[in-house]
Ligand binder design. Structure first.
Ligand code: 5RP
Length: 288
């Protein structure tokens, strides 16, 4: 209960208790901030998102054939789950209480023409209580750039009505170099078009990508690497200003996914070095 002296203190003002912990979100509304705070830990400002949406373009990718067996046991260690509505409804327990970053575009597969996507209905996101919406943006891909930027813009318009943050996923065009100039350009385009979070790849000069992006940048893991290398990428990305990871294959294709996600979590949130993280991985994996 407030003491009498508290009541006398600046009675016409309300004490501002906190600086908001997510980059670029200070002036957003309460609903946006609440959802972003479910994704980005308010204590560390970081997140470990677990991505397992690969099936919508790749079918049953290695490690994702049985999501009930491979992904569900990892849920307690993730800060946020990124998946499609099909997997969410069929396989993810609704009482897991983890925030969901819902794949909000859908389209063509690896067998035809990647990135020919269209948005899903915003009402689906509301029904599924999404904390964020993920949209692919194919900068530098002549055939799909315009459509995917329009998808982002459309989804941002819808999501803003309901205070749902949007994650822009930068897809790599075949003709472009995987460098800081390209990832910086793609990330900035996502943010300029209204994305509240950007997902891109780690690269040399990554600090420039982060510095020029007005919203948090999280990194994708990409193809499976040896665990130590994947932890090094996480560590370097965090050191260069990333707000976390949105990782899939380097977790669920690991020899011990439960150990790997915990090691990634410790690198991201506790600042463990790659060596310490790898030791933790080996210990939890029982020496594997
Ligand atoms: C595809 C995605 C994937 O979820 C993303 O690439 C993360 O997975 P990985 O760490 O396996 O690369 O966004 O659109």
């Amino acid at each position: 209960m407030a003491s009498l002296s508290n009541l006398k203190e600046s009675p016409g003002k309300c004490v501002e208790n906190s600086v908001f912990h997510v980059k670029g979100a200070r002036s957003l509304s309460w609903g946006m901030k609440d959802r972003l705070s479910r994704i980005f830990n308010p204590r560390t400002g970081k997140t470990v998102m677990l991505a397992f949406d690969h099936g919508f373009i790749m079918g049953p990718t290695s490690g994702l054939e049985r999501i009930d067996l491979s992904i569900v046991p990892l849920i307690p260690y993730a800060d946020c789950l990124m998946c499609t509505r099909g997997i969410l409804r069929t396989t993810i327990p609704a009482n897991s209480t983890k925030p969901i970053c819902l794949r909000a575009d859908t389209g063509t597969s690896i067998l035809t023409d990647l990135n020919d996507n269209v948005p899903i209905d915003i009402e689906e996101a509301i029904r599924l209580n999404a904390s964020a919406l993920a949209v692919m943006v194919a900068i530098g891909d002549e055939a799909h750039e315009a459509r995917t930027v329009a998808n982002l813009s459309r989804i941002v318009d819808w999501a803003n009505r309901y205070d749902i943050p949007v994650l822009g996923v930068t897809s790599i065009g075949k003709q472009v170099a995987r460098d800081a100039r390209y990832f910086g350009l793609a990330s900035r385009i996502c943010a300029e078009n209204g994305a509240n979070i950007v997902k891109t790849f780690y690269c040399e000069g990554f600090e420039k990508v982060v510095a020029a992006c007005p919203v948090p940048v999280v990194i994708a893991g990409g193809k499976k690497l040896p665990e130590k290398e994947a932890l090094e990428i996480c560590y370097n990305a965090i050191n260069d200003g990333a707000a976390g990871v949105d990782m899939g294959r380097n977790v669920f294709q690991s020899s011990s996914p439960v150990a790997m996600i915990q090691a990634v979590h410790a690198v991201v949130h506790q600042g463990l070095t790659p060596k310490e993280g790898f030791e933790m991985f080996r210990e939890l994996a029982g020496g594997k």
